[in-house]
Design a protein. Structure first.
Length: 115
């Protein structure tokens, strides 16, 4: 099971670091991703990191502001979010990639960007 935490209320321009922790799952076995879902909108891809952390990719909306990383020894994945703006307000989820599918979204964490 995957669980994201570290969300909260932050002012525009601020930063947050999200953490994805796994129980019963060895994260090092999977490429990992971050997704988000804003109220009334569909879930969207945010960031990807491969198993060895040698390759990452980002959605255009967060590129240059967010950084995904992982610590396989700790069984955790992180999302550093900088220069946050109100459009980043959403519930954020982590997921593991199994073949062509994203699985195990688990419990998300809410990020609210507001002054």
């Amino acid at each position: 099971q995957l669980q994201a935490f570290g969300g909260g209320l932050v002012q525009p321009g601020g930063s947050l670091r999200l953490t994805c922790a796994a129980s019963g799952v060895t994260i090092s076995n999977y490429p990992m991703g971050w997704f988000r879902q804003a109220p009334g909108k569909e879930r969207e891809f945010v960031a990807y990191i491969n198993r060895s952390a040698t390759r990452t990719s980002y959605s255009d909306s967060v590129k240059g502001r967010f950084t995904v990383s992982r610590d396989n020894a700790k069984n955790m994945v992180y999302l550093q979010m900088n220069s946050l703006n109100p459009e980043d307000t959403a519930a954020y989820y982590c997921s593991a990639k199994w073949g062509n599918n994203w699985i195990g979204f688990g419990q998300g964490t809410l990020v609210t960007v507001s002054s």
